[in-house]
Design a binder for this molecule. Structure first.
Ligand code: NAD
Length: 283
């Protein structure tokens, strides 16, 4: 169903999504409003794939073929022949709606528009589209090639054929696809409130340090990383925006109250690995 895929937003998520599908045999076009972000994403992916070649996990021929399938798009118009466009741009409803509006003027009627939103309503993103039935959530996790799960989010008006098509595409690329309804935070970021928001509450009450909480959750229940390590990997700006969005969408249910600690740290620019300091320091 999807041979030619456009990826919009060449940041942490977009570059991973581009690599995943180029590796799985699709033609991928990457677009970003910042041209340097596209170059960086392609260089980043080249470097990662070269490391796989060096480790003997990828042949030189497959490396060349994958890189050839991953191309920059200088203009949004270059995506006009895509079967699927996946947006991974900034997490702001109006910006995503505006992008889909621009895309609908460019792409074919049967091109599916997918959003990698973490926490915005897919139905609301689609609500300003002429053809909301072609809009679905396709929610990957960072880093995309390694985190082999994806949520395929069915908006209120999403056509079932497209939901099925996205599941098949993800599975062909080696990911487990969970179909989820369009509820706040979908499955992962809803369940994740207990993990992240509660950990921040424990911190704010002075019960334990980030190091202690991370260690206990790793060594006890066996999570791969603790909540503060995960905040630092994701970026606290992204995580805090998810916490605020889920809280809003559940009509301020106190269970989901975001943390002032997170708000303060975002204001201070202590976002995690990407700024060199979050709950931990990165040299
Ligand atoms: P990022 O900041 O790393 O990258 C976003 C990119 O989008 C930037 O390069 C920016 O230049 C570009 N961009 C912004 N507005 C644009 C526009 N109108 N048109 C084209 N390009 C535009 O962000 P990210 O962490 O990759 O997150 C992207 C999306 O994925 C968000 O919706 C986020 O909620 C979601 N998401 C993030 C994570 C994560 O762990 N970081 C996980 C799952 C989902």
């Amino acid at each position: 169903m999807f041979n030619r895929i456009g990826v919009i937003g060449a940041g942490a998520m977009g570059r991973g999504i581009a690599q995943l599908f180029a590796s799985s045999g699709q033609q991928v076009l990457i677009y970003d409003t910042r041209a340097e972000a596209i170059d960086d994403a392609i260089a980043f992916n080249r470097n990662l794939l070269q490391r796989s070649v060096a480790k003997g996990k990828l042949s030189e021929a497959d490396f060349e073929a994958t890189m050839a399938r991953m191309q920059p798009a200088a203009e949004l118009d270059a995506l006009k022949d895509c079967d699927l466009v996946i947006e991974a741009i900034v997490e702001l409803l109006e910006v995503k709606q505006k992008l889909f509006d621009q895309l609908e003027a460019i792409v074919r009627d049967d091109c599916v528009l997918a959003t990698n939103t973490s926490s915005l309503s897919v139905t609301r993103i689609a609500s300003t589209c002429k053809r909301p039935e072609r809009v679905a959530g396709f929610h990957f996790f960072n880093p995309v090639p390694l985190m082999k799960i994806v949520e395929v989010v069915r908006g209120e008006r999403t056509d079932e054929r497209y939901v099925k098509g996205l599941v098949e595409l993800a599975e062909a690329a080696g990911h487990f696809a969970a179909i989820t309804p369009d509820t706040p935070g979908f499955l992962v970021n809803h369940a994740g409130r207990a993990f992240g928001t509660e950990a921040l509450r424990i911190l704010s009450e002075g019960v334990a340090t980030p190091q202690q909480i991370d260690r206990i959750l790793r060594d006890g229940p066996g999570f791969r990383m603790g909540p503060f390590e995960l905040f630092d990997l994701t970026g606290l700006d992204v995580s805090h925006a998810v916490m605020e969005s889920v809280y809003e969408q559940f009509y301020h249910d106190p269970r989901y109250t975001p943390s002032f600690i997170a708000a303060q740290r975002v204001a201070a620019g202590l976002l995690g690995r990407k700024t060199g300091q979050g709950f931990y320091r990165y040299e």
